[in-house]
Design a protein. Structure first.
Length: 127
């Protein structure tokens, strides 16, 4: 479990990607999923450095004419704050079948509450 409150987005994403891949374990193998499930809470309180909050753009293109969409972090934080961390971690895992399996083990929540208390998650610090 990672608490993203007042943490820089990149540092949270790096730590989440490292735990998801299993790079902290001695049994790490690049082509095998050896990682753990990761729960990130307080995604709405993650911070950006510099002027990224106003200047950064998240883009998508559907492939159709006029299908280009662009949104800045302020608007994305207002509607779907968990997607900010999901997009950052997605760029740090492999872009193949293994990466898609790994991303299913990432659970991001905007606030403090999450439905994973029964699993007794341990907090992991972000340095």
């Amino acid at each position: 479990m990672i608490d993203a409150k007042d943490q820089v987005l990149g540092k949270v994403a790096v730590e989440a990607a490292r735990l998801l891949r299993g790079k902290n374990k001695p049994i790490y193998t690049p082509h095998i999923d050896t990682g753990d499930f990761v729960v990130v809470i307080n995604a709405d309180k993650v911070i950006f450095t510099g002027k990224k909050e106003e200047q950064k753009q998240y883009t998508s293109y559907s492939g159709w004419v006029g299908g280009f969409k662009s949104v800045n972090p302020q608007d994305l934080r207002a509607k779907h704050p968990e997607r900010i961390i999901e997009k950052a971690v997605t760029g740090m895992v492999p872009h193949n079948r293994l990466g898609r399996v790994i991303m299913k083990k990432l659970k991001v929540y905007a606030g403090e509450e999450h439905p994973h208390e029964a699993q007794n998650p341990t907090f992991h610090s972000v340095n």
